[in-house]
Ligand binder design. Sequence first.
Ligand code: NDP
Length: 287
Amino acid sequence: MASAKILDGKALAATIRSEVAKGTAELAARDIVPGLAVVLVGDDPASQIYVRHKERAAKECGVRAIDYRRPANISQEELATLIAELNADAAVHGILVQLPLPKHLDATPILDAISPDKDVDGFHPDNIGRLAQGRPRFVAATPKGCMTLLEHAGIDIAGRNAVVVGRSNIVGKPMALLLTNANATVTLCHSRTKDLASHIANADIVVAAVGKVDAVLAKWLKPGAVVIDVGMNRNASGKLCGDLQFAEALEVASAVTPVPGGVGPMTIASLMQNVLLAAQALTSSAE
Ligand code: NDP
């Protein structure tokens, strides 16, 4: 019989969006509308869907999403010029460059060029460095959403063993930093990790950010573990699923996030929190 609690990211994200809307209403009373520049290069179908979701959430939160769609053949220089313009634009408080960029473009200098004060995705080295030092400003939306899910569920983090599977700059590494800052003992696993199962067997908290079906098997879990599943995959029948062997894990874990309806909506809600924070910070220093 299934026993794990399912952590409802969809419901929590809706609560967060309404909190953000309250914050933007307070700014609106001072004639400030938080502006989020959404830069989308090319016509990647998945990116278009993500951008649509982000823009819908922005509207609900009282954030003005400003679309900057550019053709796939835009040059590195043209894109850098656009970022410079957005950095200088007082109506823009947050800048989001939807990834991945087309192959001829180098994302790193583009992300580095975003003003750290408008870096609502939290990918700028300044913001990653601040997180590493335990004095975060903007935290990448996906790991931030994972932490909010854990905290909201009342899950103890301090002193617990946490395993993060996946070490990308946008999910795994900042996740490991956040858990470290919250006083977990953190192991960061990746494709070169030997015997992933033995690491997971010791984990009170597992964050799976791999991008492969069944990357985390239920039989590896410590009984009572909490699993946050970031992965977004299609299974053999084309259904959206995470990295965790979900149905079987319900028998072993104490709490798990579903896919869909777990980390995905929390990512977008966390992005909106960052936009509000950026608008508050930029407009308070401007006064
Ligand atoms: P990346 O492909 O950038 O990183 C994947 C990581 O998984 C790498 O560090 C890789 O190791 C590691 N890995 C690959 N295979 C294994 C394995 N067999 N065992 C252990 N580790 C492995 O992906 P992202 O971090 O960008 O995304 C991860 C997943 O999360 C994807 O499914 C993505 O779609 C999803 N995602 C979901 C979001 C949401 O809002 N729900 C937001 C962002 C991502 P190595 O470094 O050695 O290559």
